[in-house]
Design a protein around this ligand. Structure first.
Ligand SMILES: *[C@@H]1O[C@H](CO)[C@@H](O)[C@H](O)[C@H]1NC(C)=O
Ligand SMILES: *[C@@H]1O[C@H](CO)[C@@H](O)[C@H](O)[C@H]1NC(C)=O
Ligand SMILES: *[C@@H]1O[C@H](CO)[C@@H](O)[C@H](O)[C@H]1NC(C)=O
Ligand SMILES: *[C@@H]1O[C@H](CO)[C@@H](O)[C@H](O)[C@H]1NC(C)=O
Length: 878
């Protein structure tokens, strides 16, 4: 894809980039709205058409007022009643520079769906007046005014036309030709490939497409996306498009996700051939009929259903179940009629030649088929709602028409069908299937940017953004220790390519139920591909991963108790995986095949997933987690469960001491299983940071989880560059710990840094100037004796030396030719923030002890407390 450059880098420019990123990214069209998080924060000039809410992580999301739905572009709002209409091109323009094509802008997989827009943009601006593939001048014909993009353009509101606008327009077949009215067409100027789609204020639409169009001949009606023009069963003089699965609309131009299918005249859905149903079968069906007649379901051996078959037909309001084992059919007729326009439940049980049926709360009806055979052979698909050729099956099913209405549940034997197309769902094919829940959200108001989604064909529920709870997301709360209730999740940027060959994850959690997914990150949305997951399965903890050639399943030896905190640790190196839980024996496993790399571009989930059917099937995830999660550490980096999340749904606070905010004076509460510890700011101490430290601390004490951080330029300039000379006193009560660190804000193995610390009682001096590390160990004596020691560390370019208490000198030199220390993250003393990840696993704890008299460049004395930018858990030395 060609790079997208922007003429104007404004908020909107930024937005266009985000917009493009969303379109390039996957999933494109059907992306759930709340996944569209934008960079920045809510302000008056945010692109949100209606409502804006901050996600508190430097991103925000848009939402719409009641009666409106957020467009897939994530910011504009479409009136619900207009959702199905064509959105007209009022005040819209398309302008593109020479050589740019729409493919540069849209994901190529979606080109088909925006087919006519795609065609116009094949060429130069001049060819915008060019007619589409097959012009239909008598059909809605749009004229756009294109203005030159002069200097004044900057004053205009630049608003990208949403994908839907483009899409719906093209879909409406209204764009058969695009006549450019402007006298001047902007001449291609910049050399960059450039696309600018915006809505200028003062253009005129000459004609807009009508919404309901009637076609009389297939030569006038062009069906898209594999739709077929057929004559309308209701009127011999009309034609219409028969749309394949996932398509709807006059031209099959609309995408539909039929989770709860709606059937109309001529619709049907094909599900796979029934297995293990020849002898006995149990069918449960929940349906909402809109008419008293129709074919609900059938399957059998032959296309015309001669010999073996079963069928369920609605006939004058009564349900008829027919079955034939090959020697004559049996018929069961419900004892009462169905209730139109409400949900009916039907159960049928057949055991060989006997059958029982019950409709709603009616009584059980019994029947028997004729003859000696007791088995039914199924060779046909299971057809639901109708048939590809209803006249062929009419004789045996006694159905004259297809079923009209909705279906929300179908289970046969143990299989509950998912009506979406394969591979996500079970549907093999289908015709004219709409979604039943299409308008349920028009009645639901979600506050604070909550998003309504269909929980069933009848009602929508609010998915609340992080920090809000309640049916309408009306209650604000500060999230501290997340609680997941089985319908919740937290969503983070995916691990991408950061864990290709290695990942280590630690998680502290308390389950309330023995099943549910704790952690998931995948590669594809279609149920296949690489993934990594950690799931509770009947109380056992299961660590799974698939590198593309088969899944590794590593399962704890013992089940975990519910209602108590557990610590799990998983790691994967290449194909090898390890799982450790609490005090249980560690379990190891290996993935099959030759692949050793794990690529995880999709979002990462904690505590649940957005849609169980979007995850890799081999992860065997059946439900979301119920319980609390207090800590997640990935490759040494602590995930900020709330602040790092892109979004989250139905996450409340766990019952935990930290939720009561026990740490005073701004101290940070860190959960420690059932307990907590407070990290106090400089000037405060005590278990709950309640004590004010008034005395001047000349000799600060560090607890192992403390640090002092200096960003002061007069200090930092004496650390970086080509030399350093540092003197200080310290005493340590523990064998290991970080004394001093200076490095980068983002560390990688080749990043510059300089560190002093204790390892097993020995003082070490380490640095990397960009061309390799040196480790100088002062090995003549251990220094963790609790006594004061004086250290002098000197580095002159690559050469370093270390002297303790005026004794021998340990020396070393860093490799390579680089001789300057380039750091940008100040100086840390006694420990640091995110220690494991920033020190790249060199240090796991800070100093347990005291520091004093720190001097740089022989004469610059650091006033340890007053110079500090921040300090955590600092007290006077004992
Ligand atoms: C449907 O079946 C009837 C009756 O067998 C047959 O005449 C007709 O051609 C079939 N139609 C299609 C579209 O296959
Ligand atoms: C989880 O919480 C949400 C929001 O409070 C609620 O709507 C939903 O019913 C709950 N789900 C379960 C399984 O309790
Ligand atoms: C200390 O380090 C020096 C230099 O690396 C080495 O030659 C010496 O053997 C070490 N001494 C001990 C006691 O490990
Ligand atoms: C630090 O220096 C001061 C002034 O020279 C001295 O009084 C103090 O004892 C020193 N601290 C330590 C721990 O040696």
């Amino acid at each position: 894809m060609a790079p997208l450059t922007l003429r104007e880098f404004s908020v909107y420019g930024m937005f266009v980039l985000m917009f493009a990123a969303i379109l390039y990214g996957r999933p494109p069209v059907h992306a759930k709205n709340f996944e569209a998080a934008f960079q920045g924060e809510c302000r008056e000039d945010s692109p949100c058409q209606h409502l804006c809410f901050d996600l508190h992580d430097g991103t925000f999301e848009c939402a719409c007022k009641e009666g409106f739905t957020l467009s897939v572009n994530g910011y504009s709002c479409i009136e619900n009643s207009k959702m199905k209409d064509r959105i007209n091109w009022t005040n819209s323009s398309i302008w593109m520079e020479n050589g740019t094509s729409i493919e540069d802008f849209f994901d190529s997989d979606d080109i088909e769906k925006i087919h006519s827009v795609h065609t116009i943009n094949k060429g130069h601006p001049e060819s915008l007046s060019h007619t589409f593939d097959e012009p239909h001048p008598e059909r809605n014909h749009i004229q756009l005014n294109l203005d030159t993009l002069g200097k004044d353009e900057k004053k205009r509101t630049h608003r990208p036309i949403s994908y839907e606008h483009l899409y719906d327009n093209s879909a409406g077949r209204s764009l058969n030709s695009l006549n450019v009215h402007a006298s001047e067409i902007p001449s291609p100027s910049k050399t960059d490939n450039h696309i600018d789609i915006f809505q200028p204020m003062n253009t005129v639409v000459v004609s807009t497409p009508s919404v309901h169009q009637i076609f009389h001949s297939c030569s006038d009606l062009q069906c898209e996306s594999g739709g077929i023009c057929v004559s309308d069963s209701k009127s011999k003089h009309k034609v219409r498009c028969r749309c394949p699965l996932q398509r709807s609309g006059t031209f099959c131009e609309q995408a539909v996700q039929a989770k709860y299918p709606r059937f109309r005249e001529g619709s049907y859905l094909a599900l796979p051939i029934l297995r293990d149903a020849h002898k006995s079968m149990q069918v449960t069906l929940e349906f909402r009929p809109e008419a008293n007649d129709g074919l609900i379901l059938y399957s059998g051996e032959k296309l015309d259903l001669q010999e073996d078959f079963i069928s369920i037909t609605l006939n004058k309001g009564f349900i008829e179940f027919r079955f034939d084992c090959g020697m004559g059919e049996g018929i069961l007729i419900s004892d009462q009629p169905v209730v139109l326009r409400s949900w009916n439940t039907l159960t049928i049980y057949r055991d060989r030649w006997d059958a029982w049926m019950q409709l709603n709360s009616g009584s059980q009806v019994q029947g028997r088929s004729k003859g000696l055979f007791s088995r039914i052979t199924f060779r046909l698909n299971l057809y639901v709602g109708g048939s590809p050729n209803i006249s062929l099956v009419a004789e045996r099913t006694q159905a004259k028409s297809s079923f009209k209405g909705c279906l929300r549940h179908l289970a046969i034997n143990r299989q509950v069908y998912d009506f979406r197309p394969r591979p996500k769902g079970d549907a093999i094919e289908g015709v004219d299937i709409d979604e039943c829940s299409a308008d349920v959200c028009s009645k639901v108001t979600c506050l604070n940017g909550g998003q309504c989604v269909a929980a069933s064909p009848d009602y929508g529920v609010c998915l609340c953004p992080l920090g809000f709870i309640g049916d309408q997301c009306e209650t604000a709360m500060e999230l501290i220790v997340p609680l997941f209730n089985g319908s919740s999740y937290l969503q983070y940027p995916g691990l991408g390519n950061t864990v290709l060959s290695f990942i280590e994850l630690q998680i502290v959690f308390k389950p309330y139920r023995p099943n549910g997914v704790l952690f998931y990150n995948g590669y594809k949305m279609d149920g296949t591909g690489d993934f990594i997951s950690l799931t509770l399965v009947n109380g056992f903890l299961e660590f799974r991963f698939d590198l593309g050639t088969g899944v590794a399943v590593i399962r704890s030896e013992e089940p975990l108790d519910v209602g108590v905190w557990h610590t799990a640790f998983i790691s994967r190196t290449g194909r090898d995986g390890i799982l450790e839980v609490d005090e249980q024996k560690r379990v190891e496993g290996m993935s099959p095949g030759a692949f050793t790399q794990l690529s995880l571009p999709l979002n990462m989930y904690i505590g649940g997933v957005h849609d169980l059917r979007d995850v890799a099937r081999k992860a065997s995830i059946t439900e979301s987690f119920t319980g609390c999660i207090q800590k997640v550490i990935i490759n040494g980096k602590t995930l900020k469960l709330v602040d790092d999340a892109l979004s989250g749904i139905n996450v409340a606070n766990c019952l935990h001491s930290c939720v009561e905010e026990p740490c005073k004076n701004g101290g940070h509460c860190e959960p420690r299983m059932d307990y907590y510890s407070c990290h106090c700011h400089l000037g405060y101490a005590g278990n709950n940071c309640e004590k004010e430290v008034t005395e001047m601390i000349a000799e600060p004490m560090f607890t192992g989880a403390s640090y002092l951080h200096y960003m002061d330029e007069s200090i930092v300039k004496r650390i970086r560059g080509n030399k350093i000379d540092i003197r200080f006193k310290f005493r340590s009560f523990g064998p290991s710990g970080l004394l001093l660190w200076s490095g980068k804000k983002e560390m990688s193995t080749s990043s510059d840094y300089l560190a002093l610390g204790l390892h097993d009682g020995y003082l070490t001096f380490q640095y990397n100037l960009g061309s390799g590390e040196v480790l100088i160990v002062y090995n003549s004596t251990k220094l963790d004796d609790g006594k004061w020691h004086t250290v002098r560390a000197i580095r002159v370019e690559q050469e370093g030396s270390l002297v303790v208490d005026g004794g021998m000198r340990a020396t070393g030199a860093s490799p390579g030719s680089l001789n300057q220390l380039n750091v940008n993250n100040g100086l840390y003393l006694g420990g640091m923030d995110s220690m494991v990840s920033l020190s790249m696993n060199k240090y796991h704890s800070g100093l347990v002890g005291c520091l004093a008299n720190v001097t740089l460049s022989t004469d610059y004395h650091i006033r340890l407390i007053t110079h500090a930018t921040t300090g955590i858990n600092i007290q006077p030395c004992l």
